[in-house]
Design a protein around this ligand. Structure first.
Ligand code: EPZ
Length: 419
């Protein structure tokens, strides 16, 4: 196991290249199951969740070649095994995204129930109910989902709750269903638009992706094509907060500001100066202490839950009191006890944390618990006086590509060492 050791207090300045989006790359890799031939996916991020997805697809018979230019050739058109094993699924919940494509293409799937994780129970009831409405027969026993269908039949799907991966599962399944499907109360994240664009290039007939109503006209087959994954808006937001929390100036290359408006608006509210170039964003904090900002997470295009922990770290050293309310997940405050050990003044009241900003935090030995909570601990360590160590860094590696290398390039004093 590895840990990160950060010597805090350095102002971050410079330029960093944003990688492809984890939450777009994962569904797009599962979409390769739908194709009649190999898919070429460009701008693939080097993340452990991508490696887990490739291991799961390889275990089912897919073949792939990862090129040095971050492009991946994947052929999942002739799967020899239609089971997603627990040993692989338990490490990455997004494996549930194999279900829709396997049902659509092979009419059969056996996928381990993903189970919960640190941030919540993470049920999949919305996925299963919608697939049954598309004429799948679903049985859950022994920790596995058994799904079969003679043929998926298009229909109207009404999600009682917005769900990103449930929208993606049904979107993929409906591309090969018979007839028309319409998804109501669909998630609107940019990653869904990226997935839809990839499916459309493969020959799918989809309109409305990125809105609450997505229409899909089923087709008989989809072809392998080439697609480039959109930039990771959460990685981008995390680095902007790194500049804001250390009073620095950072330019992000390969970023897409139009998919980050809610986060950018909040950063401007902290007093950051934001400017834009072609596919780039620059944040300049001019050495100023950020002002405290109130946050309430909700579905896109509103403030993303995946940026909540990072803004909690920022508010810890901001000028003033703030309230952060988490409305998406029931347990996404695992960073609070760790930040409190650094001297943060945080009080949890239900699904809201009240923060009284302090002038500075003190480095401490910390434990990472989940992907975005770990990112908030890194951010706090960058700003703190003294040394911070963060154990169980594997949580970070799920969603951040070589985070210590990118932070070093920006002037951080950070090392990854063996435990
Ligand atoms: C996706 O998770 C993202 N993961 C998450 O990113 C992100 O935080 C989340 O969407 C935001 O909504 C990927 O895209 C791989 P949901 P997902 O279904 O799809 C409840 C990260 O840090 N729900 O949109 O699993 C659920 O419990 C990760 O990159 C059901 O009740 O989230 C939650 O309260 C973390 N039943 C709410 O809906 C279901 O069948 C929204 O969850 C499905 C979801």
């Amino acid at each position: 196991m590895y840990k990160l050791v950060i010597k805090g207090g350095k102002t971050l300045n410079g330029t960093v290249k944003i990688a492809g989006s984890k939450n777009a790359a994962l569904p797009i890799l599962f979409a390769s199951i739908l194709a009649d031939g190999p898919l070429k996916v460009n701008n693939i991020p080097h993340l452990s969740d991508v490696s887990t997805t490739l291991r799961l697809l390889m275990d089912m018979g897919a073949e792939f070649i990862l090129e040095s230019d971050n492009s991946l050739h994947i052929d999942a058109s002739k799967l020899t095994k239609l089971t997603g094993e627990y040993s692989l699924v338990k490490t990455m919940r997004a494996s549930i995204l194999a279900l829709g494509p396997m049902l659509a293409k092979y009419k059969k799937a056996k996928i381990s129930l993903p189970g919960g994780c640190a941030i919540g129970t993470r049920p999949v009831n919305l996925h299963l109910k919608a697939l049954e409405e598309l004429s799948a027969k679903i049985e859950v026993k022994g920790g596995y989902i058994y799904a079969t269908t003679d043929q998926l039949i298009g229909t109207d799907i009404h999600f009682e709750q917005v769900s990103v991966t449930a929208t993606e599962n049904i979107l993929m399944a409906a591309t090969l269903a018979q007839g028309q499907s319409t998804i109501h109360n669909a998630a609107q994240e940019p990653e869904i638009v990226d997935l839809a664009n990839c499916l459309i290039s493969m020959g799918a007939k989809i309109t409305g992706a990125g809105t609450a109503i997505i229409s899909i006209q089923g087709v008989s087959n989809l072809s392998g094509i080439s697609h480039s994954v959109c930039p990771d808006r959460i990685e981008a937001g995390t680095y902007l907060v790194a500049a804001a929390i250390t009073g620095g100036k950072i330019t992000l290359k390969n970023a897409r500001p139009q998919s980050m408006q809610a986060v950018i608006d909040k950063l401007i509210e902290t007093g950051a100066d934001i400017s834009y170039g072609k596919n780039s964003i620059t944040l300049d904090m001019k050495g100023e202490r950020p002002k405290a900002v109130n946050i309430k997470t909700s579905a896109y295009p509103n403030f993303p839950t995946d940026m909540q922990a990072q803004f909690c770290a920022l508010n810890c050293i901001a000028d003033g009191q703030s309230a952060i309310t988490e409305t998406i997940f029931e347990n996404r405050f695992m960073h609070i006890p760790e930040l409190s050990r650094m001297g943060a003044q945080l009080t949890l009241e239900g699904n809201t944390v009240i923060c009284k900003g302090v002038k500075s935090l003190t480095g401490a030995n910390l434990m990472a618990t989940d992907l975005r909570a770990s990112a908030s601990l890194v951010l706090a360590g960058l700003a703190a006086t003294g040394t911070t160590t963060i154990e169980r860094v594997y949580h970070l590696d799920r969603g951040y590509e070589t985070i210590e290398e990118k932070l070093k390039l920006l002037g951080a004093q950070i090392e990854r060492i063996q435990d």
